[in-house]
Design a binder for this molecule. Structure first.
Ligand code: NAD
Length: 350
């Protein structure tokens, strides 16, 4: 059994990672501030779902709800620490107590458009927070980490298939610039202090518990309510949507790689290598929800990339990564989860 600290473990991807690591028999320490990028109650529900703890929550206020959540999830195998990654001293105390085998760093303020509305806050959490985490790791001799980077670092490019060796010097959003900064800090701490790191460039992740601001969640909610969908550009723009279970597989494989190797710094794409056009996304959502979507046509958004498709050859060679979820099947799983949550106002409905 290993001990892993997961930052951002109450979020969409983080809750799936914590759940999988717990199922594999590891001790999981989830460090999350329950940031206000979306309703903290959604994140409370994420934690409970990830630990298979069903039931309704008697909501009070944020402080009391989080104290209740920490107490009711505490076990020899799981610990929830409600803390901010920018608090380096608190992280150092935690690392000294837990001596984790590795850190999985997912905490961030995500989202391209939101980063343009609050650039200083995004920079503070994503860059200063990552630096604070690395400093605490260095002080406590924690030598391995896996960090969530993003396909957004590729910016606008003529290339259709995005590979780790492509230039990423020209990000087109504050969020992308902050993620690129995390990669650079990862390299610096690897070079200076021997902290081994895998920077995983995640390509548009979807599935159960997806963040409410992301297109698939937003569109599903709007279709269910009979509202018109914002349809940017001509619908030909493509995204390499990746099912969250495949991403978790990639993260677990990265941890395995980290446990077997020394002195490495690697950047690795985790995608599905199966680009889906906006028009196909909408028709798939119509098909799984059994409803017809009406559209409001809008121009392309600043900061959005024209298209993404991951070259996943390096992930396959280095880690043995093989994404397997069929797009329609993954969307159907999301829609089932969303409808179940809306029906009982505990999950998708928040
Ligand atoms: P999320 O918002 O659901 O999860 C992030 C978590 O980090 C949240 O629970 C939040 O409360 C926590 N957090 C934020 N600020 C914090 C702070 N200062 N201290 C401690 N915790 C803090 O987002 P997600 O979609 O699950 O994304 C997880 C990671 O994956 C992020 O780093 C994101 O940039 C990256 N990523 C996500 C996608 C995607 O499609 N979802 C794509 C590429 C990269």
């Amino acid at each position: 059994m290993s001990t892993y600290v997961v930052t951002g473990g109450a979020g969409f991807i983080g809750s799936h990672v914590c759940g999988r690591l717990a199922e594999l028999g590891h001790r999981v320490v989830n460090v999350d501030s329950f940031a206000d990028n979306y309703d903290y109650r959604r994140k409370v529900a994420n934690v409970l779902e990830s630990l298979h703890m069903p039931g309704r929550v008697q909501w009070m206020d944020k402080e009391r709800d989080l104290a209740w959540l920490s107490a009711c999830t505490a076990s020899g195998a799981y610990r929830l620490v409600c803390a901010d990654i920018r608090e380096e001293a608190a992280l150092a105390v935690l690392f000294a107590e837990e001596r984790p085998d590795a850190v999985i760093h997912l905490a961030a303020l995500p989202g391209v458009r939101a980063s343009m509305a609050q650039p200083a806050l995004y920079e503070d959490v994503n860059v200063k927070g990552t630096l604070s985490l690395l400093e605490a790791m260095r002080r406590c001799g924690i030598r391995k980490w896996v960090c969530a980077s993003s396909s957004s670092v590729y910016g606008n490019t003529e290339r259709t298939i995005l590979s780790e060796t492509d230039c990423t010097d020209m990000p087109i959003s504050v969020y992308a610039a902050s993620k690129k900064s995390c990669e650079l800090l990862g390299h610096t701490y690897s070079h200076l202090y021997g902290i081994d790191g895998l920077m995983l460039r995640l390509f548009t992740v979807y599935g159960e518990r997806q963040r409410p601001d992301l297109a698939i969640h937003k569109f599903t909610a709007m279709i269910e309510r009979g509202e018109a969908l914002p349809f940017y550009g001509d619908g030909a723009s493509v995204r390499d949507y990746t099912y969250v279970g495949d991403i978790v597989d990639g993260i677990v494989l990265a941890l395995d790689y980290a446990s077997r190797h020394e002195r490495f710094y690697e950047i690795v794409n985790l995608g599905s290598h199966r680009p889906v056009a906006l028009t196909e996304l909408v028709s798939t959502l119509e098909s799984v929800t059994g409803r017809t979507a009406s559209l409001t046509r809008l121009p392309d958004q600043p900061g959005d990339m024209a298209g993404t498709c991951a070259d996943i050859g390096k992930a396959a060679r280095l880690l043995g990564y093989r994404p397997s979820m069929d797009f329609r099947a993954g969307i159907a799983r999301f829609a089932d989860w969303y409808r179940a949550g809306s029906a009982q106002d505990g999950a998708g409905g928040i």
